[in-house]
Design a protein around this ligand. Structure first.
Ligand code: ATP
Ligand code: MG
Length: 251
């Protein structure tokens, strides 16, 4: 469903994403992990057509995002790390606007919108202006908007930031449900505990390069351990353990 080949982005002398090769299959919940500045957002922006790659290609649902951008964009939904929302629309109006944007037919539209509001526990807020929404409510209405055209692939950049435990669980359950229905979910996150429980497969990116890819069992095999958590493996691979020396040094 997602195939990246040699995807590369340079900013001046910085190789923010360096020769990314990745295949994500239909119905997979794929976790894209990496420290701050590793290149996650840059990769997702290239896959979704917001940034032109310096080299390489990304196919979404079989369509090349560079040469067939409109076709590719009918296949996926995207929720950026900082979603832009129209403050002066109500939640319901926003979902209607997204439905227009993605040419969702009038048939069943209001039902779909009501279903999404209910799914995200936003029914009571549906007729209020988005400017009055809390951060978590904004995350949820943004995801609802990205689902209105029933995309085959969803990209989420840090979806659980700002969510309370109940909303984070709700988000996790919704993503799992979508995958079970055959949707491919590509999610970048720093919350490794949630990722470990939620995702089928992971890629860890560091300084623009993928340094590990696989299921939890495969990552453990790679780390020669049956018990290590995703956090342990992540810190080992990305050098986060060095910070412990600093903490000891600071006393
Ligand atoms: N428009 C830009 N111009 C110059 N450098 C950029 C630009 N966008 C990103 N970078 C650089 O590319 C690198 C990767 O950034 P990116 O935003 O992809 O990281 P990230 O993995 O999403 O990090 P975070 O976890 O903090 O969101 C960083 O060094 C960043 O400073
Ligand atoms: Mg980012």
């Amino acid at each position: 469903m997602i195939v990246c080949q040699g995807l590369t982005k340079t900013f001046g002398s910085l190789r923010a994403v360096d020769n990314l090769n990745l295949t994500v299959y239909a119905g997979e919940l794929f976790g894209f992990l990496g420290p701050n500045g590793a290149g996650k957002t840059t990769s997702i922006k290239m896959m979704t057509g917001l940034l032109r790659p310096s080299a390489g290609t990304a196919l979404i649902g079989g369509y090349d995002i560079q040469s067939q951008p409109l076709r590719a964009k009918t296949v996926f939904g995207y929720i950026p790390d900082n979603p832009f929302l129209y403050e002066k629309l109500t939640g319901r109006e926003f979902l209607n606007f997204m439905a227009d944007l993605y040419s969702v037919t009038a048939h069943n539209r209001s039902q779909k919108i009501s279903d999404l509001l209910r799914l995200f526990e936003l029914e009571e807020k549906g007729n209020e202006l988005i400017q009055g929404y809390s951060r978590g409510m904004r995350q949820k209405i943004a995801l609802a908007g990205a689902l209105i055209h029933q995309p085959k692939v969803i990209f989420l950049d840090e979806p659980t930031v700002g969510l309370d435990p109940k909303s984070a669980r709700l988000m996790k359950d919704i993503l799992r449900k979508l995958c079970n229905e055959g949707t491919t979910v590509f999610v970048s996150t720093h919350i490794l505990e949630i990722a470990e429980r939620m995702c089928d497969r992971f890629a860890i990116i560091n300084r623009g390069k993928i340094i590990a890819i696989g299921t939890m069992a495969e990552l453990r095999e790679h780390a020669a351990s049956d018990t290590k958590s995703l956090e342990d493996i992540f810190l080992e691979l990305t050098g986060g353990d060095e910070d412990r020396d600093l903490i000891q040094y600071l006393g």
